[in-house]
Design a protein. Structure first.
Length: 335
């Protein structure tokens, strides 16, 4: 990442990064602290050229598929100034701090571990590096090994959600500065500022890159056949359809909260990912391990294709407000 550091202190304004989500994540975590130090945060912008097996950032910002088209699109965007100031998640645990746009705990972490193991097993062979196939096989293996016979598979995480908002139409006041504490056995917890996880997996479909809010999704599946049945709709981001079709205790299995910060804690160390990069929680004290997540509005400038830029600038701050009639003081819903 020497080139990224050099860019931060140079007179150049644009940087194109060739790689997947892991490469972009590492570049952001080198670039953002450097820019803060030299007070250039919004004077520099970055774009993404497809080069990984997942490419969730690229899908989220509608980067074209073929390299020739990508270069043409970015040349036009840099010439026309198609640059957006986007939010970043700040993930803090112990003394470590990371920046990114997607955070997850639970099922997807198990998938990532299995995918990494498959990559390691294939590293010494002549087989090509797997992308979608590798991810699909790892996902199916994780589902097949789920044990939901004794109840929810996920541990009882404690979530403390800060500064939630109520969708228009649910209550007279549109915003409530409140704290909501809850415990969840959700099979998967996904927190995002971009919709796509990778390989076109639209895990956070209601997420906006620049609205100053964190979207928290809890996937409360309690039966293995429900996971198998909904894997394709989940991939497509059809969360509303899933909540209408699958019922858990009289309601849909997917919950959504829009907040400005949260704390996730558990009594034992737990693994999580940031932009697909695996990490482990650290000791917080008081017999718990915790991760603190906050939002930094407009933290980074991304060069984006003309179509994406036009959509965002003609409909700024558009929110996918969803109702569930629960009376919750947060924007929480079954999407």
């Amino acid at each position: 990442m020497k080139a990224v550091k050099a860019f931060a202190s140079s007179e150049h304004r644009h940087l194109l990064i060739h790689g997947g989500d892991g490469t972009i994540h590492r570049a952001l975590n080198v670039l953002f602290p450097e820019l803060i130090c030299v007070l250039h945060t919004l004077e520099k912008s970055i774009g993404f050229l497809r080069g990984g097996s997942g490419n969730g950032y690229h899908d989220s910002y509608r980067v074209p598929l073929f390299m020739k088209r990508q270069l043409r699109v970015y040349a036009e965007s840099m010439m026309r100034g198609n640059v957006l100031d986007v939010d970043l998640l700040k993930i803090k645990q112990g003394t470590g701090v990371w920046y990114g746009q997607l955070f997850g705990i639970g099922f997807d972490v198990d998938v990532l571990k299995r995918r990494s193991a498959r990559k390691g097993a294939l590293a010494g062979t002549q087989m090509p590096k797997p992308g979608l196939l590798n991810y699909t096989l790892a996902t199916l293996a994780s589902i097949s090994r789920l044990d939901l016979s004794q109840g929810p598979a996920g541990p009882a995480y404690s979530l403390e959600l800060h500064d939630g908002s109520v969708p228009k139409g649910e209550r007279t006041g549109t915003k409530q500065q409140r704290t909501l504490k809850l415990y969840t056995h959700a099979l998967l917890i996904e927190i995002g500022k971009r919709p796509f996880y990778g390989n076109k997996f639209k895990v956070c479909p209601g997420t906006q890159c620049d609205d100053g809010l964190i979207e928290v999704y809890l996937f409360n599946f309690v039966k293995k056949h429900s996971v198998f049945f909904t894997i394709v709709p989940l991939w497509m981001g059809w969360h509303r359809w899933i909540n209408k079709t699958v019922r858990v205790n009289g309601r849909g299995p997917i919950e959504q909260y829009s907040v400005k910060g949260l704390i996730i804690s558990y009594t034992n160390p737990f693994d999580f990912h940031v932009d697909g990069e695996l990490m482990t929680s650290s000791w917080e004290g008081f017999e718990e391990y915790a991760v603190h997540i906050s939002i930094i509005p407009g933290a980074a400038s991304f060069i984006v294709p003309k179509g994406f830029y036009k959509r965002k600038t003609t409909r700024p701050g558009t929110l996918n407000n969803i109702k569930n009639g629960s009376g919750c003081l947060f924007r929480c819903a079954n999407p």
